[in-house]
Structures are given as C-alpha cells and as structure tokens.
Ligand binder design. Structure first.
Ligand code: PMP
Length: 294
C-alpha cells in the first residue's frame, strides 16, 4: 500500500502524485467551479453539514449540478478521511464544471468533476494567535455583488490572490479587501470583526464577503457570552480606530489583528474581547457535537 495521501476524484482514489484532472477541465481553463475548505479536529469534521450546504448553494448560483446528493458527498468526505487515517486534517472539496472544449460554454461540459483532498494547511506564523498579525488595505477592490462576488465560493480567487501579492510585496502578513464603495469587505480568505467599546461589529455579506462559517460560530458565541454584535458597513476609519480587530476563517481559525496600514489597533496586543472569544472558540472546535464523526 502506498504511504502517499489518497485523493478522491469522481468516486475513485488516486495517490497524491497521480491525482490529476484534464487540462480541458473548465475549472482549470476558466475557474468554472466551486470549492470548500473544511477542518477535521480529533476525528470530527467541524460543521461539515454547513460546508456542504454552502457548496451546493455556490454551485446553484453557477447552475452547476453536483452529481452527488448532499448525503453522498458527506459520505465521500468521511470515506476520504478514513482512507487517509488522518487526524486534524484540512479538507479541500472541489466541484468543477468538468471537461469540455476550449470554448467557455458550460453546456459543452457534460459531467462535473468532484475532487476531495484530505491534507494539512499552514497559513499563519506559529505565534500569530498570541501576537496578532499585521494587515493592510490593498488597492484591489472586492468584485461587486453583480460580478464574480465573493458570496459565491467559486474557483475565481484572483481577486484575493492580487490582494495577497500586494501584502507580500509590502511585507505585511495579510491583506484587507475593500468593496466598491470603500467600506471593508473581508480578508483574502477570512471574515473580519472589530471591537469598539466592548461591542463587536462586522460587515454584511452584501459588501461582497463570503458568509463565513467560522464567523457564524463567532456570532453564536457572542450571543452566548452576551457580547453585542452589529452587522454594519465598516469604514477604514472605523477599523483604524477600533479597540480590537480579528480575522475568522476555516484555514486561519481566529487570529487577532494588531496593525492596519501601519496604524496600531488598540494596544497592539490581542484585546480582552478577542481573547475571550478565542478561548471559547477553541472549546467549540473540540466539541464533538459541532460536527460529523469520521
Ligand atoms: N472569505 C473568503 C473569501 C473565504 O475564502 C473564506 C474561507 N472559506 C472566508 C471568508 C471564511 O469562511 P469560513 O469561515 O467559512 O472558512
């Protein structure tokens, strides 16, 4: 048996080095497809049903008919994890339009391609949770909601990639993305929250942000802890003058922000509301009732 990771492609498993799809796949040619990033903690896939629901919503917006029922997709994810005997993995679930011709017409793609990868991910420095990270507003605006909106978790991530390139070039940990009117949308793959006078504020998804599942967890935790949360437009000024700020996302989990475009946020250290939520968040992700057992 191979010691390589096994990747699911259309119902079959291939060793990672042989897991390949056609160059005629419209996911590759046109970014025509959808995906999810999901985490498994200690044998439980965190919020798996919620991720599957979002995948099917994104696909619906693209009129992409996923060739598996939601239950079959859940079973395929669990089976991939079992095959790989992985613990604390990161799952990448991709459904592309499938193989077609060189024109972009989706009608030429009879069968969507389904890929499930169970691996690990590392996107932040080891002590980011303790020290917080630096960020900057990038020149790259989020697409408008009547464009390839970030509301759809599609394979079109060039908007985020451009913002990330800018952050890299400036020696900053992560980019913040503004929407077309100049208010804050989100990070490149994270939602954003600020804290002002002990209360939480976060932008609405109508700014072109993805409806984050981690953000939903934070929303529920805030309600449980009695911390007021308002969903509202955030201006750059509101962010510069916030007491605290943090990102949420499956890959990044929850990470404090200590600097935005060289402006220190609050004391420059993770604040009390952020720390309290982080402590609760780490309890929730370990709670087996919050996910689906492998
Ligand atoms: N925004 C974008 C653009 C993302 O790609 C992600 C990651 N899926 C998020 C926000 C955070 O969403 P979630 O908490 O569901 O991972």
């Amino acid at each position: 048996m191979s010691s390589e990771l096994m990747v699911y492609i259309d119902g079959k498993y291939f060793p990672k080095s042989q897991a390949k799809i056609s160059v005629y796949d419209h996911g590759f040619l046109y970014g025509d497809g959808v995906f999810e990033g999901i985490r498994e903690y200690n044998g439980v896939v965190f919020k798996l049903k919620e991720h599957i629901d979002r995948l099917y919503r994104s696909a619906h917006a693209l009129t992409l008919k996923i060739p598996l029922t939601k239950e079959e997709m859940i079973q395929a994810v669990l089976e991939t994890l079992r095959k790989n005997k992985m613990k604390d993995s990161y799952i990448r679930l991709i459904v592309s339009r499938g193989v077609g011709d060189l024109g972009l017409d989706p009608r030429k793609c009879p069968k969507p391609t389904v890929v499930i990868i169970a691996d690990t991910i590392s996107i932040r420095a080891g002590d980011a949770k303790e020290t917080g990270i630096t960020t900057m507003f990038s020149w790259v605006r989020r697409n408008r909601v009547d464009s390839t909106s970030a509301e759809i978790k599609s394979l079109n991530y060039l908007n985020s990639v451009l913002a990330k390139i800018e952050a890299n070039a400036c020696g900053v940990d992560e980019a913040l993305c503004l929407e077309s009117s100049g208010c804050v949308a989100e990070g490149v793959g994270e939602n954003m929250f600020i804290v002002k006078n002990g209360e939480l504020l976060t932008p609405p998804s109508s700014t072109g942000a993805l409806a984050g599942i981690t953000a939903e967890v934070i929303t529920a935790l805030a309600a449980k802890l009695g911390i007021k949360l308002t969903v509202t437009n955030l201006t750059p000024f509101m962010v510069f003058t916030a007491d605290e700020a943090f990102f949420t996302g499956t890959a990044m989990e929850m990470v404090p922000i200590r600097e935005v475009n060289k402006r220190q946020i609050g004391t420059g250290k993770p604040g009390p509301v952020t720390k309290r939520l982080m402590a609760e968040f780490h309890k929730v992700i370990k709670d087996p009732t919050q996910g689906t057992k492998v």
